[in-house]
Design a protein around this ligand. Sequence first.
Ligand SMILES: NC(=O)c1ccc[n+]([C@@H]2O[C@H](COP(=O)([O-])OP(=O)(O)OC[C@H]3O[C@@H](n4cnc5c(N)ncnc54)[C@H](OP(=O)(O)O)[C@@H]3O)[C@@H](O)[C@H]2O)c1
Length: 325
Amino acid sequence: MKAILHTPGPTSVMKIGETPTPTIKDNEVLVKIKATAINRADTLQRQGKYPPPPGASEILGLEMSGVIESIKSKSSKWKVGDRVCALLAGGGYATHVNVHEELLLSIPDNMSFAEATAIPEVFLTAYQALIYLADLKKGETILIHAGASGVGTAAIQIAKSIGANVIVTASGGKHDVCKNLGANLCIDYKTENFEETVLEYTNKKGVNVILDFLAAQYFQKNINCLDFDGRMVMLATMGGIKVEQLNMGKIVWKRLKIMGSTLRARPIDYKIKLTRDFKNQFWTQFENKTMKPIIDSEYDWKDVIKAHERMEANLNAGKIVLKVS
Ligand SMILES: NC(=O)c1ccc[n+]([C@@H]2O[C@H](COP(=O)([O-])OP(=O)(O)OC[C@H]3O[C@@H](n4cnc5c(N)ncnc54)[C@H](OP(=O)(O)O)[C@@H]3O)[C@@H](O)[C@H]2O)c1
């Protein structure tokens, strides 16, 4: 098969080449990939800073959409030719990938391959963070950092769908994307102190939940922004990992829960349950278009270098899709 191969380094290390087509194991299907999407993790893996978990493909790509080409099990509910998308632990930047059949989501007739591939990684990440971990409830207020990121745009939609109030931080030029998804308040963290704005907006109470990607850079301010019994889920460390000075009193006094999580290295059974729960709760909303992946841009996979450069320059609002041919 063809795949985008790389050795650790800058964007120029990525080149389309030949590599063996995966063989399928029990419970797996082989999918002919039509589209994949870029995630921040791909750019880190390409740079050699985020190795794939044991057993995962070395090829970049955490999600794909395509058509089933062959099936191992004789009693599978899937058939050759079915249009599917799925979360992957790696291997999406290729013409073919093997996937556990319980991880597959059926693409609705009215959804394109580009739209479908933009769903699994960011929506399952946001679902896990907001529903499994933070237990976000109707009427609560959530602060979503990097609101215009792939994960952020998914989190806004999940939060609004369950009836939460949503505050986001994002560059000023990306606020319209967040507002159009229903964000109640958008803060330009480059020109405003988000802590002051959040406390003013919530009458000094603070928010119930925070979805964080900045770690050290925002840690103290995030603690200050949480209401009693607040929960914070940390998914990345884009703002550094070491806090020089920290007042921990508020964590105890306000009974806060601080959680970290990753998705890629989770066991397959966990990912199957997560996919099933997400599908049961939200898939009809994708079918009737009340929920949708936000696509920033689409590139032919020959232009993968340009696509990675766009993400690394923080220019995207929503997902960058690669069309595979
Ligand atoms: N733990 C997990 O399970 C998991 C799963 C998926 C993704 N993630 C992480 O979640 C984050 C979002 O992923 P994504 O693929 O949705 O990203 P993305 O679409 O590339 O968006 C990232 C955005 O974050 C904003 N940002 C704010 N401060 C930043 C900083 N200091 N450095 C870089 N960007 C900054 C930028 O938007 P502005 O212009 O608004 O600043 C940037 O466009 C990434 O860190 C990713 O690694 C974690």
